[in-house]
Design a protein around this ligand. Structure first.
Ligand code: FAD
Length: 448
C-alpha cells in the first residue's frame, strides 16, 4: 500500500467537481481530481442558461459536446408547445472532454475509483482515500488535507438525517439509430409519471420513463428495454423516437428523486453538486443546479484553508446556500407538477404537488420587512461576515448593488424619513443623482 500526500482532492469529475477544481486552480491551489466515468451513457438536455453557467465557472472546451438548440415538444397539462429551446448533450462525450479540460488547466487527474473515504481533520494524517484501478488488486491510499465530495448521486450518505422527496425512478433506454434523423426532444405527462425522449444528430436515441417505483412492478434488467419501449409505444410524444431499427446500447433504472445531504460542509471537507443536493430532473435543470452549489465553493474552501477565523462564516455560507437552493428548486418542481391538473389525484401527482410544503417558490421567507443582518458574503476570493439587507425574496441578503454596499444606505434612508435622498448623498460621495437612483432602486424592490 502506497501513501501519497495531496492538498485538495476532489472526488468525481462531473460538472460540479470540475467547476470546483477549476475555481480552486484560479485561486492558486494545487488540486487533484479522482474520478471514473459514469457507468452509463446518458443524453441530457440543457438550456442556454446552463451553457452560460458552464462558461461562468471556466468550462469552455467541453462545450463542444453540447449541440445547437433543437426542437423540444412539451405536452403538459393538456397543451402542446414546440420551441427551439433545448440543447442536447451526450454526457459521455461531454464528461470525457471535461476530464481533458481539467488536465489542460493544470489539475492533476487520477482515473481511479474511490473505494472508501475515511474523514480526518487537521493535525492528524488528514483524510484517507482508498482508490483503486479496475485492473489492480491492491488499493492505494491517498492522504488529503481537504476533500471535496462531488461523486454525484453515487456519493454515500450517512444513515440518518437525509431529506428526500417522493421516491422516483427513471427507466432509461439508450439506442443507436442511423445518423441523419431530425435531432430534438419531447416530454409528455402521463397518469403515472412522465416521459422524455431525445435524439442526437448522430442517431443516438434516449427514451426515459419516470415513475414512482412503489407503484409499478419493475421488470428484470434484461427485460427493461422492452418494457420502456412497450410503455412508450402508446405515448404520442414518444412515437417519433421509437426507431425500430435502432439497436439497444443499454437499459437501466436510475434513482432520480430529490435528495439533500444532512451536512454539506465540515472544517476540512464539503459536498457539492448532486452529492450535496440532487433535484428532480423534471425541469431539466440538474446541471444548472449542480453548478449553482459549486459556484462559490472554491471561495469557501479557500477560506477554510487560509482564513481560519472566518471558517464558521464559510461553513454557514455553504450550508445555507445549498439548503436554500434545494428548497427553491423543490418548490419550483412542485409548481411544475401542480400545473398538470388532469390527474391531480393520481398518487404520482398528488405526492409531488404537495412536496416539500405549501410555501411560495420565491419569497418563502414570508412578509418580514427588509432588515439588516450580519451574514456571510463572498468578498473576492473568500467568505467573511458583512452587513446585508435581508428580504423575503433574498433571504440570504443583498450586500452590494452596482459595487455599492446597500446596508448603510438602507439604514441612512430609514433614519431620515421624508429626506432620504439627502441622507444617502454623503454616503455616495455627495452625488445627489446617485442618491436619487439608489433610493429609486430601493423603492422598486418594494422597500419602504
Ligand atoms: P455527476 O455528473 O453525476 O458526476 C459525478 C462523477 O463522479 C461522475 O463522473 C461519476 O462517474 C464519478 N464517480 C461516482 N462515484 C465515483 C467513485 N466511487 N470514484 C470515482 N468517481 C466516481 N440534468 C440536466 O441538466 N438535464 C437533463 O436532461 C438531466 N436529465 C437527468 C435525467 C435523470 C434520470 C437524472 C437522474 C438526472 C438528470 N440530470 C439532468 C441531472 C444531472 O445528470 C446531474 O444533476 C448532474 O450531472 C450533476 O453533476 P455532478 O457533477 O454533481 O454529478
Amino acid at each position: 500500500m502506497t501513501r501519497i500526500d495531496r492538498g485538495i482532492v476532489v472526488l468525481g469529475g462531473g460538472p460540479a467537481g470540475a467547476a470546483v477544481a477549476l475555481g480552486l486552480r484560479r485561486l492558486g491551489h494545487a488540486v487533484t481530481v479522482v474520478g471514473v466515468p459514469r457507468a452509463f451513457d446518458a443524453i441530457e438536455g440543457v438550456s442556454d442558461r446552463v451553457v452560460a453557467g458552464l462558461r461562468g465557472v471556466g468550462i469552455e472546451a467541453a462545450l463542444a459536446a453540447i449541440a445547437e438548440p433543437s426542437l423540444r415538444r412539451a405536452t403538459w397539462a393538456g397543451a402542446t408547445t414546440a420551441l427551439n429551446s433545448e440543447r442536447l448533450v451526450d454526457r459521455a462525450a461531454f464528461d470525457s472532454m471535461l476530464w481533458q479540460e481539467l488536465q489542460d488547466h493544470g489539475v492533476e487527474c487520477i482515473a481511479e475509483r474511490v473505494m472508501r473515504w475515511t474523514p480526518g481533520e487537521h493535525g492528524d494524517d488528514g483524510h484517507a482515500l482508498q482508490i483503486q484501478r479496475p485492473d489492480e488488486t491492491q488499493p492505494t491510499t491517498l492522504r488529503a488535507r481537504f476533500v471535496v465530495e462531488a461523486r454525484g448521486r453515487l456519493a454515500p450518505h450517512p444513515p440518518q438525517g437525509v431529506s428526500r422527496g417522493p421516491e422516483t425512478v427513471a427507466l432509461l433506454w439508450r439506442g443507436q439509430g442511423a445518423p441523419g434523423g431530425e435531432a430534438g426532444s419531447a416530454v409528455e405527462s402521463l397518469p403515472g409519471g412522465w416521459a422524455w425522449c431525445a435524439r442526437l444528430p448522430g442517431g443516438a436515441v434516449a427514451l426515459q420513463l419516470t415513475v414512482d417505483p412503489s407503484a409499478i412492478a419493475l421488470p428484470q434488467r434484461a427485460q427493461l428495454g422492452a418494457f420502456v419501449r412497450e410503455r412508450l409505444s402508446t405515448v404520442d410524444a414518444a412515437l417519433p423516437f421509437l426507431d425500430t431499427a435502432a439497436t439497444e446500447v443499454h437499459a437501466l433504472a436510475r434513482t432520480s428523486g430529490a435528495v439533500l445531504a444532512p451536512e454539506v460542509c465540515g472544517a476540512t471537507w464539503l459536498r457539492v453538486g448532486d452529492a450535496a443536493m440532487a433535484a428532480d430532473p423534471l425541469s431539466g435543470n440538474g446541471i444548472f443546479q449542480s453548478l449553482s452549489s459549486a459556484l462559490q465553493a472554491p471561495m469557501v474552501v479557500h477560506t477554510l484553508l487560509n482564513h481560519p477565523a472566518d471558517a464558521p462564516h464559510a461553513r454557514r455560507f455553504h450550508t445555507e446556500r445549498v439548503q436554500g437552493l434545494f428548497q427553491r428548486f423543490a418548490r419550483i418542481g412542485r409548481d411544475f407538477y401542480a400545473q398538470e391538473a388532469r390527474w391531480a389525484d393520481e398518487p404520482f401527482w398528488a405526492a409531488r404537488r404537495a412536496w416539500p410544503d405549501a410555501l411560495p417558490a420565491h419569497g418563502a421567507a414570508g412578509n418580514a420587512p427588509p432588515h439588516i443582518e450580519g451574514r456571510p458574503v463572498v468578498d473576492r476570493d473568500r467568505i467573511r461576515l458583512a452587513e446585508v439587507v435581508v428580504t423575503a425574496e433574498q433571504p440570504l441578503g443583498i450586500w452590494h448593488v452596482d459595487g455599492v454596499e446597500i446596508a448603510p444606505l438602507w439604514r441612512a434612508a430609514q433614519a431620515a424619513p421624508g429626506r432620504e435622498a439627502q441622507a444617502l448623498a454623503p454616503l455616495l460621495g455627495g452625488d445627489a443623482g446617485r442618491a436619487q437612483a439608489a433610493l429609486r432602486w430601493m423603492r422598486a424592490q418594494g422597500w419602504r
